[in-house]
Design a protein around this ligand. Structure first.
Ligand SMILES: [Zn+2]
Length: 270
């Protein structure tokens, strides 16, 4: 069945385009049996891919990046797909937690009219413009900032990629590889946070004090990053811990900048 590919116009011999992978249409494609079998295999394929990705992601830190760089991509969801799924789950199900934004009560709700802080100036402007009391503005702000703080988490990817690049600028100069690696690691960070938040909200507060959860969240993340560096780049242990440390530092800088940035941007945009 020779001819030109409908998708990319390359010459085709056989059932699939060797250039872009498009399939050549055949009458059998429209049999009911074909429809049903592709429906079933479509479902089970997504399923298998999803569980395989999740398994490698959780049980073998760094495996997804390592396989991706080696050219083994078909068995898994792509790094971006992985990140999007994790973020959507986080967005929809995660309980509220103020690490990614400054709640109104700390940000501007407790300030008085003569406070010199920038947040207060902004708040006063908005109170006038929207004809709201300080408490009403606080309520409106809190609802909006919660959603914003989850929606723009992908901005952490370049920060983590920079941390990753700085840990091996000579041996791995390609920024693209660091972006992939960072995408996987930020996905883990988000998933890990989600799991811990979920547990913390189910378990009585005195069993999960804040300091304990903080150590568990960032400590666990650091261990994961180190393991991921070791598996992805074949690092020695000291090198893996050092690289993980740089990436954790980049993550802290990101959270610090992000927290203020998203809070000011949200208040400004109300
Ligand atoms: Zn083609």
């Amino acid at each position: 069945m020779d001819g030109l590919c409908k998708n990319c116009s390359a010459n085709i011999s056989g059932t699939y385009c060797q250039n872009c992978g498009e399939k050549v249409v055949a009458p059998e494609d429209f049999y009911i049996s074909r429809y049903i079998s592709s429906f079933v295999s479509g479902l089970t394929n997504v399923d298998t891919k999803f569980y395989r990705t999740l398994g490698a992601f959780v049980k073998r830190p760094g495996q997804l990046s390592r396989d991706y760089f080696a050219g083994l991509r078909k068995p898994y969801l792509s790094p971006i797909q992985t990140f999007l799924i994790v973020t959507v789950v986080f967005f929809v199900f995660a309980p509220d937690f103020d690490i990614f934004y400054i709640p109104a009560k700390w940000f501007f709700a407790g300030l008085t009219a003569d406070s010199p802080y920038l947040a207060n100036h902004l708040a006063m402007e908005k109170m006038t413009a929207l004809d709201l009391s300080r408490a009403e503005l606080a309520l409106k702000y809190d609802v909006t900032v919660r959603n914003h703080s989850k929606a723009f988490l992908f901005l952490g990817i370049p920060f983590l990629a920079l941390g990753s690049y700085l840990s091996r600028p000579k041996t791995v100069p390609q920024i693209g590889k660091h972006l992939i690696f960072a995408t996987h690691n930020l996905s883990f960070f988000t998933l890990w946070f989600f799991i811990l938040l979920f547990i913390a909200f189910k378990v009585p507060q005195d069993l999960t004090p804040d300091w304990f959860m903080r150590i568990l969240s960032f400590g666990g993340c650091y261990v994961y990053f180190a393991l991921a560096n070791r598996r992805t780049w074949n690092d020695s242990w000291p090198r893996a811990w050092f690289a993980g440390f740089l990436q954790m530092s980049a993550l802290f800088v990101f959270i610090y900048v992000y927290r203020s940035g998203i809070s000011f941007a949200t208040l400004q945009g109300l």
